[in-house]
Design a protein around this ligand. Structure first.
Ligand SMILES: [Zn+2]
Ligand SMILES: [Zn+2]
Length: 98
């Protein structure tokens, strides 16, 4: 879909489009403003959309992680409550059987 810019082709690097700078990643990092990467407007907006989508997915994944952690904490609380209830019942049972 994308062509490699001259600099990357010459240095045999992988040419990634850096969406915010409209340059490729390598040129952006080396502050080369002569990047001639060919990104058409539609490709560019597609990349932007993909980026937004990825950010959204990342947020969702993060929210899922937090929710899962909460669930673990809740489950541990339930477990410790259940254990203490069980212990109490054990004690009562021992007491009653004497
Ligand atoms: Zn490049
Ligand atoms: Zn470049």
């Amino acid at each position: 879909m994308l062509t490699t810019c001259t600099l990357c082709r010459n240095s045999r690097q992988i040419c990634w489009v850096h969406v915010q700078s409209r340059q490729c990643n390598n040129c952006n990092q080396s502050n080369n403003n002569q990047c001639d990467i060919q990104v058409t407007a539609s490709e560019f907006s597609k990349l932007l959309k993909e980026r937004v989508l990825l950010l959204k997915k990342m947020d969702e994944a993060r929210a899922a992680t937090v929710a899962a952690q909460d669930a673990v904490v809740e489950a541990q609380e339930m477990l410790s409550k259940a254990l203490s209830t069980e212990m109490q019942l054990h004690c009562q049972l021992d007491y009653n059987s004497h």
